[in-house]
Ligand binder design. Structure first.
Ligand code: SF4
Ligand code: SF4
Length: 458
């Protein structure tokens, strides 16, 4: 695609990065077939190619974002299915990220929209604030039917997951982990909201690697069992695990809030840098693929920043937990592993953002689970960060489609590697939805995932 940016326009680092991306697009339209919003809405402007045109026009003409551009940019899930499909290697991720920042800076949204976005940015990345907000959920439930669609969507999402278990429940679960593995000196309750301090968990046996685990934000409140399971598996596999606390910046990044995203990222980079200097850090581990995709992109996001070098270093070390386990090997499987059929849902940030396909599947098979593939695996489940709150109708249609495909597998349990998908799929499916690493932990000596136990108790 030809572009006509002036030399002055190309002085802008965002435009300079987007221009070669735009030039790579040859308008072939292959990407439209796998774009969830185009598949659902059938509007060219809700396809990758249509959005690329809109973005090009806006940037070339140096215009503020119009309501039309904002609408179609906002409807993009950032699922990146288009990047997997594109034969020309168009880096749509960096283009849509730039467009979101431009929209945020130049478009004045209606008051309620601005308020909701500000609220999400002020609450979700902060575990204490999010936990306090969750405590209000029971008060809001009786009014669910009269709430606006977006508030209702939010309520539905947090209600579908069992709200944080009472310490006694969780401790019981963790005790099972201690009893069977003899390795855990912590439990999920302790890790909930453990974003305030550095914790180190020693490797079991010979230390084979020293890794930093991104604890994340929403996940530490909604599903602390995921970080607990990750630490148990990794320590059993010979990793010393040090916690890296705080939001990685991904949530606000997808809202186009560039400055906030850099601030969150900088706090992570500070901790990673300190660990590298202190005892060396072989790997920066993410167990939420949305966070992993973001951490792998720190090098690009900080390219014009004082932290450019540490950011590139952190990105080079970033791995999904399943990538790391595939490299170092799964700990020995217990003699009586759970024999379950697992429907594996590959999160968009896993399959399209990080191009990780085989490691999680291979590990689940190795752990003794029977894998069932879900039809239309490339299509997003509608989670996409805060998308299911901001675009509840499209998100609900995508979820219904995914849940129906999951049901056709007849599997006992659904596994995925992203907290957003876990929360999204838990609405509308009767099957327990768990994190892949929770199943790997269970099969190698840890406790059963809380969502599985909750189903078993029903
Ligand atoms: S990121 Fe996903 S929703 Fe957005 S244009 Fe690409 S395929 Fe479509
Ligand atoms: S597949 Fe790639 S080159 Fe073709 S229209 Fe889509 S983004 Fe452009």
């Amino acid at each position: 695609m030809q572009t006509r940016f002036s030399a002055a326009q190309l002085q802008d680092p965002g435009v300079a990065a987007s221009e070669p991306i735009l030039r790579k697009c040859v308008h072939c339209g292959f990407c439209t077939a796998t774009c969830p919003t185009y598949v659902l809405l059938g509007d060219e402007l809700d396809s990758p190619r249509g959005r690329i045109y809109l973005i090009k026009e806006m940037l070339e003409n140096g215009r503020p974002a119009s309501a039309e551009v904002a609408l179609h940019v906002d409807r993009c899930l950032s699922c990146l299915a288009c990047m997997t499909t594109c034969p020309s290697g168009v880096h749509y991720q960096h283009l849509i990220d730039h467009a979101r920042v431009h929209v945020e800076k130049t478009y004045r949204r209606p008051l309620l929209e601005r308020g909701l976005r500000a609220l999400l940015a002020a609450v979700l990345p902060y575990p204490r604030r999010f936990a306090a907000a969750l405590a209000l959920v029971p008060l809001a439930r009786p009014f669910a039917r009269v709430l606006p669609a977006r508030m209702r969507a939010m309520l539905e999402l947090v209600s579908a997951r069992s709200l944080p278990a009472k310490p006694a429940d969780t401790a019981g679960t963790a005790q099972a982990g201690r009893a069977s593995s003899g390795t855990a000196t912590f439990d999920a309750a302790e890790l909930r909201g453990a974003n305030d301090g550095r914790r180190v968990f020693a490797a079991l046996g010979e230390r084979r690697a020293r890794v930093g685990l991104l604890l994340g934000c929403v996940q530490t409140v909604l599903e602390p069992s995921i970080n607990a399971a990750t630490i148990r598996v990794l320590t059993r596999a010979g990793c010393e695990v040090v916690t890296i606390s705080g939001c990685c910046g991904s949530l606000v990044h997808h809202l186009g809030r560039e400055r906030d995203a850099l601030e969150f990222g900088a706090r992570v980079l500070e901790q990673v840098g300190a660990e590298i200097r202190a005892g060396g850090l072989d790997v920066l581990v993410a167990n939420a693929s949305g966070c992993g995709t973001h951490a792998k992109d720190y090098g690009h996001l900080f390219r014009n920043h004082a932290l450019a070098a540490p950011a590139a270093e952190a990105s080079a070390r970033a791995r999904d937990v399943t990538e790391l386990l595939a490299e170092i090997g799964l700990p020995p499987v217990r003699p009586d592993p759970p024999r379950l059929a697992v429907a594996y849902h590959s999160a968009c940030s896993m399959q399209h953002g990080q191009k990780i396909d085989e490691p999680p599947r291979a590990l689940l098979r190795q752990a003794g689970f029977a894998l069932r593939e879900i039809a239309e695996p490339h299509l997003c489940c509608g989670s996409a960060g805060t998308y299911n709150i901001l675009q509840p109708e499209i998100a609900a249609r995508l979820r219904e489609r995914k849940v129906a495909n999951v049901a056709r597998t007849g599997a006992d349990v659904v596994a995925t590697g992203n907290i957003g998908c876990i929360t999204q799929l838990a609405v509308g499916t009767g099957s327990p939805v768990v994190h892949t690493v929770e199943l790997l932990d269970w099969a190698t000596g840890g406790p059963a995932p809380p969502a599985w136990l909750a189903r078993a108790r029903r």
